[in-house]
Design a protein around this ligand. Structure first.
Ligand SMILES: C[S@@+](CC[C@H](N)C(=O)[O-])C[C@H]1O[C@@H](n2cnc3c(N)ncnc32)[C@H](O)[C@@H]1O
Length: 228
């Protein structure tokens, strides 16, 4: 598997804006516990080495859903609160209404950002300055990422995304970490809800997602796909 990026990539010059917006918009950031840090370290090593950890399976689904990630039928259940992995990709600042980026793998971290004239010139040099243009901080796993990019959407997910400061130093940027929100049983599909209150994912694509749950598709001991 070629997706072996354990953690997000972010240019230094974006950091200042991220910290400013977190403060101004009062974005909730979790402090990582020692347990979470140890789990992130362990899964990051596994991603760098193998891409997909051995207890997970990547499987093609039906009806245009593409691939999905399942817990191996012979693996131990994943307990609620266990780290799945950081959602890794490249962090960028995109214009909210006129973005040229139509990637399916974007996680919007913070939106409704107003940039100063200098910042617009730096991050959006092709467009004329507009004081009310809104930007969003996006984490895109289209070109670089890890297996979390194959985790599908559900309204009844078994994973939630936490915005976590990984490490104790204040200059460490928060990252999106997928954590099990309930027990995930062997053979079940890992799923997360793509949308917050802003309905920015499916609303922007103007399509209705297929109403799948972690039990809709399962895999059996021979890694065959079952549709319940
Ligand atoms: C982050 S990717 C997930 C992995 C994707 N299945 C793949 O093979 O690359 C997001 C894309 O997967 C598909 N997808 C994920 N969950 C879906 C759902 N519940 N209904 C329909 N399409 C879904 C959509 O095409 C969506 O834009």
């Amino acid at each position: 598997m070629k997706h072996k990026l354990p953690r997000q990539i972010c240019q230094q010059k974006i950091n200042k804006i991220i910290f400013r917006e977190i403060k101004q918009q009062k974005v909730e950031v979790f402090r990582a516990s020692k347990k979470l840090l140890a789990q992130v370290r362990s899964i990051s090593e596994s991603i760098e080495k193998e891409g997909l950890p051995p207890y997970l399976v990547k499987k093609k689904l039906e009806k245009g859903l593409g691939y999905g990630i399942f817990l191996h039928p012979s693996a131990k259940p994943i307990a609620k609160g266990q780290v799945i992995a950081p959602y890794a990709g490249k962090v960028s600042l995109d214009s909210q209404n006129f973005s040229d980026n139509d990637s399916d793998y974007i996680f919007s971290i913070v939106s409704n950002i107003i940039l100063t004239k200098e910042e617009q010139q730096l991050f959006d040099p092709k467009r004329r300055y507009h004081p009310r243009r809104l930007y969003s901080l996006d984490l895109d796993a289209e070109k670089v990422g890890n297996f979390t990019r194959f985790i599908n959407h559900s309204q009844k997910p078994n994973i939630e995304a936490h915005f976590v400061q990984i490490g104790r130093k204040p200059e460490f940027l928060p990252e999106i970490v997928y954590v099990a929100s309930k027990t995930i049983r062997p053979g079940e599909q890992l799923q997360v809800c793509y949308e917050g209150e802003d309905k920015s994912y499916w609303g922007a694509l103007n399509i209705k997602p297929t109403p799948i749950t972690p039990q809709t598709y399962k895999i059996d001991k021979s890694l065959r796909l079952l549709n319940n």
